[in-house]
Design a protein around this ligand. Structure first.
Ligand code: NAD
Length: 496
């Protein structure tokens, strides 16, 4: 663990700026009562300052006019530095998020991979098309340009990883970026940004504004001079961001909440499915947008699935996130823990039956952290709130079905549309079913898999736009059309 609380200001123009506000954000560890970091709250003056610097860098064309090969070298150097500092940043993530160190390390490794992948896009991200089929005298070119100044607003569940799903891609396109991490977990964004500057990203092309979402985040989304808001967070906040961005008709992409399902058919490999469900439901304490927390299982195999799931869930170790044997750390804060528990209580009052006692635990003796062991709820019907709402904790619901159509209808009966898994040995059933599921990602006989080169995004209340892959990179570009005539046009009004 690091010693003593860290104190961070905003990072603007390469300088740590304490900020104008007297309001200092204190982050207490979710696993204990200790203060681990303080962050500045952003005021209008701080936001104006950060936007002016980013604007100046973009309009002057420093970073975006650098040849793609140079941007690539810088981004690759950044990836190397993040790799060298991964353990240090992983520790910050454990302290601020409460996630197990093993998972934090995995997040940092994936972040490095994202930066390297984004680096590989620099040569193609602005590719356009030439249109020479309208006669010799006229050609048109559809060019792509960097979208401009990007506000990259990131949640607390995967602070470094989600920063890296946005920032390196925007930089690969030549944008200037202002990152706005969560008020709970801002350290890694600042540390990653400092490393980017060391690698050669101009200080004007990448800054960090810290602060609360409803104040700093909302004002940044609505700030004049911001061209694009890349937002990841809750659906409620996504709507507020869209509202704020509409002031200047600023374009947005929204990666929002989800309510993932694992659909199990009688021919599924139950052992493999349950292994994957443990990850889908409990990884990061269940605080994942893509968590597959709804188990929608065919009645024929429901008994066996429940038995195995309960047994495996009880084996998981809840506790000190710095212990490499820990599977489930602490929830992000006390209010969140109480809201997870309230959802369970509500489900029980509506007829759900608990298969594990689960709930708040104090595995470290005197420790006061937000530790929570898995709760499995049986007899959950699609009309219950626990089936509909994102719980964002280690809570699984089980719903049984008889026919394929019922399974699809149950899963689609949700405002969200992010990611679901189908478990079956019959690939033709899976191939037919993925078309009917209303979501951005379908996994077949696997779950929670992502790759830097494969886009991820949602539909409906899970948002729009995508991150990662070439599609994710393209979000940070905008089309511009060039028409060229080599001989004068005949002149429309002189024809007679
Ligand atoms: P949140 O919406 O409270 O906050 C996310 C970020 O937005 C934070 O930086 C916060 O300060 C800021 N913010 C909050 N309100 C804002 C506003 N009105 N204007 C501008 N910024 C604002 O979300 P959270 O609790 O940090 O994260 C959990 C949520 O994020 C869950 O719903 C989860 O599903 C979602 N999420 C989605 C994805 C995805 O890829 N779809 C990935 C991770 C998390």
């Amino acid at each position: 663990m690091t010693s003593g609380p860290r104190t961070y200001g905003h990072l603007i123009d390469g300088t740590s700026v304490p900020g104008d506000s007297l309001d200092i954000i204190e982050r207490f560890s979710p696993t204990s009562d200790s203060l681990v970091a303080t962050f500045a709250e952003g005021t209008d003056a701080d936001i104006d300052h950060a936007v002016a610097i980013a604007r100046q860098e973009f309009d002057r064309g420093g970073w975006r006019n650098r040849p793609a090969a140079e941007r690539q070298v810088v981004l690759n150097r950044w990836a190397d530095l993040v790799e060298q500092n991964a353990e240090r940043i992983a520790v910050l993530e454990v302290e601020e998020v409460g996630k197990p160190i093993v998972q934090a390390r995995g997040g940092l490794a994936a972040s490095v991979d994202l930066i390297r992948y984004a680096a590989s896009l620099t040569h193609s991200i602005l590719d356009g098309s030439a249109h020479t089929d309208h006669g010799r005298e006229y050609s048109a070119f559809v060019l792509r340009e960097p979208v401009g100044v990007v506000a990259a607003i990131v949640p607390w569940n995967f602070p470094a990883l989600l920063y890296c799903q946005k920032v390196p891609f925007a930089l690969a396109a030549g944008c200037s970026v202002i990152a706005k991490p969560s008020e709970y977990t801002s350290s890694s964004a600042i540390e990653l940004t400092l490393l980017a500057h060391t690698a050669g990203v101009p200080v004007g092309a990448l800054g960090v504004l810290t602060g609360y979402g409803r104040s700093t985040g909302a004002r940044l989304a609505g700030a004049k001079g911001v061209d694009f808001v890349s937002f990841t967070g809750s659906t409620l906040s996504g709507k507020a961001v869209m509202n704020a961005a509409s002031t200047n008709l600023t374009d947005v992409s929204l990666e929002l909440g989800g309510k993932g399902a694992n659909i199990l058919f009688p021919d599924a490999d139950i052992e493999a499915a349950v292994d994957a469900i443990l990850v889908a439901a409990y990884f990061n304490q269940g605080q994942c947008c893509s968590a597959g927390s709804r188990i929608v299982v065919h009645r024929e195999i429901a008994g066996e699935v429940k038995e195995r799931l309960v047994a495996e869930s009880l084996r998981l170790v809840v506790g000190d996130p710095f212990d490499p044997r820990t599977d489930i750390g602490a929830l992000i804060h006390g209010d969140h823990l109480r809201s997870v528990m309230a959802s369970v209580d509500q489900a029980e009052s509506q007829g759900a039956r608990r298969l594990t006692s689960g709930g708040q635990v104090w595995p470290l003796g005197e420790a006061t952290g937000n530790f929570f062991s898995p709760i499995i709820l049986d007899q959950v019907s699609p009309d219950m709130a626990v089936f509909q709402r994102e719980i964002f904790g280690p809570v699984v619901s089980i719903t049984e079905f008889d026919g394929d159509r019922d399974a699809v209808d149950f899963v689609n009966d949700s405002d969200y549309g992010l990611a679901h898994s189908i478990w079956t040995a019959d690939l033709s059933r899976a191939m037919s079913m993925w078309r009917d599921l209303r979501c951005g990602t379908v996994w077949v006989n696997t779950s929670m898999e992502t790759r830097s080169s494969i886009p991820f995004g949602g539909v409906a209340s899970s948002g729009f736009g995508s991150e990662m892959g070439a599609d994710g990179g393209r979000e940070f570009t905008v089309a511009k059309v060039l028409h060229v005539r080599t001989t004068p046009s005949p002149g429309f009004f002189q024809a007679t």
